[in-house]
Design a protein around this ligand. Structure first.
Ligand code: A4P
Ligand code: MG
Length: 196
């Protein structure tokens, strides 16, 4: 599979695309890191923050390690997918991310989950994120801010994927919504989180 669109030229900028990203952290002051990472992304050229979810505490998937704080955000970008990946990786690096073991602990993980309706499979990037449908720590926050977005792989909405995963994981401890703070306070929390 190739990129769905040709590369932009100087005369022809990338069209604006709606993008979903997932944020995670389980080293250091995770909540502060995640808040600051969103602020840093907002300041990047070609990136606009549209919405953000609440933060959730989630049990680690992978090696034994501390619990994670996870959340999702919607961006509007005028960057090509791989250029956005570079922005995300540079931001991870800025917040102390050093790549060691796969699925290991990290100060900051920024994953590209959905990029408009595009399906992308290059050496460096796969979108939709290949494990999004298995992960409550992605689907629950994403359902809070983009419930009707259709996953171009399954043809199902984010809310449908979250409900199907909730059914699969019934009874398992996976996710707890954290109390919203600051601009989030007073906002209704997703009922979905109670399912996990
Ligand atoms: N890459 C390919 N597609 C993408 C994409 N859509 N978004 C490539 C971001 N990166 C993508 O990623 C490895 C390489 O994947 C990158 O160089 C990029 O070119 P990484 O961030 O260096 O390594 P990783 O995150 O350890 O690997 P991976 O496979 O992305 O891990 P996952 O699936 O993101 O899982 N448990 C809880 N509770 N919460 C978490 O957030 N996260 C992980 C990481 C494991 N367990 C977790 C959590
Ligand atoms: Mg990652």
């Amino acid at each position: 599979m190739a990129l769905a669109r040709p590369a932009a030229t100087a005369q022809q900028p990338e069209p604006l695309e709606r993008v979903a990203i997932a944020l995670g952290s389980n080293l250091g002051d995770s909540r502060t890191t995640l808040e600051l990472a969103l602020k840093a992304l907002e300041r990047c050229e070609g990136v606009r923050l549209i919405r953000r979810s609440s933060w959730y505490r989630s049990a680690p998937i992978g090696p034994v390690q501390p619990h994670f704080i996870n959340g999702c955000a919607l961006l509007e970008v005028s960057l090509a997918p791989e250029a956005l990946l570079e922005v995300l990786q540079a931001t991870e690096h800025r917040f102390g991310r050093r790549r060691a073991e796969r699925w290991g602990p990290r100060t900051l993980d920024l994953d590209l989950i959905l990029f408009g309706t595009q399906r992308i499979a290059t050496e460096r990037l796969e979108v939709p994120h290949p494990r999004m449908a298995e992960r409550a720590f992605v689907l629950v926050p994403l359902a809070e801010i983009a419930a009707n977005w259709i996953d171009p792989v399954s043809g199902r909405s984010v809310a449908e994927l979250a409900a199907a995963l909730a059914e699969d994981l019934k009874g398992g401890e996976a996710l707890a919504a954290l109390e919203p703070e600051g601009p989030q306070s007073g906002r209704k929390r997703s009922g979905m989180a109670q399912l996990f």
